[in-house]
Design a protein around this ligand. Structure first.
Ligand code: ADP
Length: 652
């Protein structure tokens, strides 16, 4: 089967890839040496894959089973080559993996990037993961030559990072991938002014620093120049030196997690983490544990410092790798941790798994479930401890991953209870601080029956809500929910320590004095007195609102819109409609402040000319006002504007 090779083609990078490359090339990121760590890590992953696949298909090895990574610095061409005999890539895989970024949400991330010019480069790149493209931080040109096992031809890919790349089929004898980086002159200076990535000792040190635990030998040729010795063993100075090549393995190859944790430094853990998970930053927290008993395993888990930009886009891709007796089985092992903990990175090594277990079988594995339960417990325990003992660190964690826990409490029925004490909210108690539900309850006065919350886009807009007036006056603490998921979470929890959650914009406020029988009587009396007015307003706003009520929660505002306790709230309706779900509607109740002048005006107008246009206009205006306060747009803004203008132009 001999086919004509595919000739050289020039292709454009996908727009997003181009932007990301630009970011890499012009990055002010100072720690450029990590490119080597990234390429070696990719090489090691590629070997992991073939090693695993060859267990069931031995032919893939093509008779070559000494796995290794080879580094060749070449002074004469200013190139550094990193070769592996891993799984390689087919033509299509090269196009797919190297020319495009498959991660969902890349586009919107990069758009956000453009807007956010103030943020530092490190922070931005940090959200993206490092990877292959980091090679462009140090090089003028990157060439990749690869062949997947079983393929007759190899593939050569080349780019200067300028928006295009070339790709063609070539001959390649050995299986695997070589990455040839033509180093930028900046990084080849031999005078010691900067790192010289062609210098063998620099390379050796980098490997020791970043890639010591890689499980395959990372080899490099060292050239030894030696002058011959005389019979007494003395060097003959004027004889010509002979060169011998010595192949050295640069890494110790001991998987970190197999070592005793008392003997591992924080630095070693961090290096290992960054290496394995392509992160720029140290992890926020790590958990290293060994278990013996019903199941035997070692686990090493990390909570990253920063959420990846696509954490909430990814459909349940987990960051856990599974090993058996130090041999890689699979990454993204989904069934090990519940979905809400998918930001946790790490690995599990257990002799209880057979190497050729399939994903399907794994799903039903009892051991896996048991390990998963333990891992979840230990992550939650770690978070609890952080919250209790290292509050600033916990808040840092919360800023990055809080949403994941909130979504968890909302979507994961089984975990709701475990998560409720880990939730943090803004509140009226203090401007800068976040509060736990526990602390809210602690501060509550004895006769407060419920936990109050208000929704809005930020503190200022919540504090302006007319519904806040009364609670503020009474000094009652209100939780402020800004995040879309917050109200869904609260709704799912229903109560905390037997205190129900109560939206200040829904149903009754449950305040002793205003809901007392006497107060209710007063309200009823006002209602009775104004029965025909209320009826007329309701009649005119038919189809828009479910009811009109005399309010007992308003102080200085004339009107507000609330929804009843059943069904969804107005803010939930908005969120759902943004998601194109218009099936659910909140039932709107217009509440009027009977002590406001507008109420008197309305009353007089209704008594004098019940059917007048002016009365109807006033009803409309009140309704739209109430909507605007809730952040809802009027259905007919032009008619609203006209009515306001007419009112303004009215004389006398
Ligand atoms: P990541 O490793 O985070 O997926 P990279 O940009 O580093 O991102 O690599 C993209 C993809 O290219 C990898 O997922 C892998 O499929 C492929 N790849 C990179 N390097 C190699 C290699 N040495 N051998 C085989 N495939 C590789």
């Amino acid at each position: 089967m001999s086919q004509e090779p595919i000739n050289k083609q020039t292709r454009e990078f996908q727009a997003e890839t181009k932007q990301l490359l630009d970011l890499m090339i012009h990055s002010i990121y100072t720690n450029k040496e990590i490119f080597l760590r990234e390429l070696i890590s990719n090489a090691s992953d590629a070997i992991d894959k073939i090693r695993f696949e060859s267990l069931t298909n031995h032919d893939l090895l093509e008779g070559q089973s000494d796995f290794e990574i080879f580094i060749v610095p070449d002074e004469s061409t200013h190139t550094l080559t990193i070769s592996d005999n891993g799984i390689g890539m087919t033509y299509d895989e090269v196009v797919e993996n190297i020319g495009t970024i498959a991660k969902s949400g890349t586009k919107s991330f990069l758009e956000k990037l453009k807007e956010k010019e103030t943020a530092t480069d490190n922070e931005l790149i940090g959200q993206f993961g490092v990877g292959f493209y980091s090679a462009f931080m140090v090089s003028d040109k990157v060439t990749l030559i690869t062949r997947a096992p079983g393929q007759a031809k190899g593939v050569k890919w080349q780019s200067s990072g300028d928006g295009t790349y070339t790709i063609e089929e070539v001959e390649k004898e050995t299986r695997g991938t070589s990455i040839i980086i033509t180093l930028n002159d900046e990084f080849t200076a031999a005078d010691g002014s900067k790192e010289n990535f062609l210098d063998r000792y620099t390379i050796e040190n980098l490997i020791k620093k970043y890639s010591d635990y890689i499980r395959y030998p990372i080899k490099m040729n060292f050239i030894k120049e030696e002058k011959p010795k005389d019979e007494e063993g003395k060097v003959i100075e004027d004889a010509p030196a002979t060169q011998t090549v010595e192949v050295r393995t640069l890494n110790s190859m001991t998987p970190l997690w197999t070592r005793n944790k008392n003997e591992i430094s924080a630095e070693e853990y961090h290096t290992f983490y960054k290496n394995l998970f392509h992160d720029w930053e140290d992890p926020l927290k790590l958990i290293h544990s060994k278990a013996e008993g019903t199941v035997e395993y070692t686990s090493l888990l990390f909570i990253p410092s920063r959420a990846p930009f696509d954490l909430y886009n990814q459909k349940s891709s987990s960051g856990i790798r599974l090993y058996s007796k130090q041999i890689f089985i699979m990454d993204n092992c989904q069934d090990l941790l519940p979905e809400y903990l998918r930001f946790v990175k790490g690995l599990v090594d257990s002799p209880d798994f057979s190497l050729n277990i399939s994903r399907e079988l794994l799903q039903h594995s009892k051991q896996l479930k048991l390990i998963g339960k333990n891992l979840e417990k230990s992550v939650l325990k770690t978070l609890e401890n952080l919250l209790a003992n290292e509050r600033p660190t916990y808040e840092k964690f919360w800023k990055e991953f809080g949403k994941a826990l909130k979504v968890g409490a909302y979507t994961d029925f089984q975990s709701r209870d475990k998560l409720k004490d880990l939730l943090l909210f803004s509140s009226s108690h203090a401007t800068e601080e976040l509060t736990t539900l526990h602390d809210y309850i602690e501060r509550m006065s004895e006769n407060q029956k419920v936990i109050y919350y208000a929704t809005g886009k930020d503190r200022a807009s919540v504090e302006r809500l007319p519904q806040m007036e009364l609670l503020k006056e009474k000094g009652i603490e209100v939780l402020y929910l800004y995040d879309q998921v917050d109200e869904f979470t609260i709704d799912a929890l229903q109560e905390y320590k037997e205190k129900k959650f109560q939206s200040i914009s829904r149903g009754e406020l449950n305040l002793d004095d205003i809901d007392s029988p006497e107060a209710k009587k007063d309200t009823e009396a006002i209602l009775k007195e104004n029965e025909s007015l209320i009826k007329a307003i309701k009649e005119h706003l038919k189809g828009k609102i479910a009811d009109v009520k005399i309010s007992n929660r308003l102080k200085s505002s004339a009107v507000c819109l609330v929804s009843d306790d059943n069904g969804i709230s107005l803010s939930m309706e908005q969120i759902l409609s943004e998601m194109n779900n218009t099936m659910y509607k909140a039932s709107r109740i217009l509440e009027l402040n009977p002590n406001h002048d507008v109420f008197t005006v309305l009353k007089d107008l209704h008594e004098a000319t019940p059917d007048s246009e002016a009365f109807k206009d006033y009803c409309d205006l009140l309704y739209v006002q109430a909507m605007l306060i809730e952040g809802l747009l009027p259905e007919d803004p032009i008619s609203f504007a006209n009515k306001v203008s007419n009112l303004m132009a009215r004389k006398g």
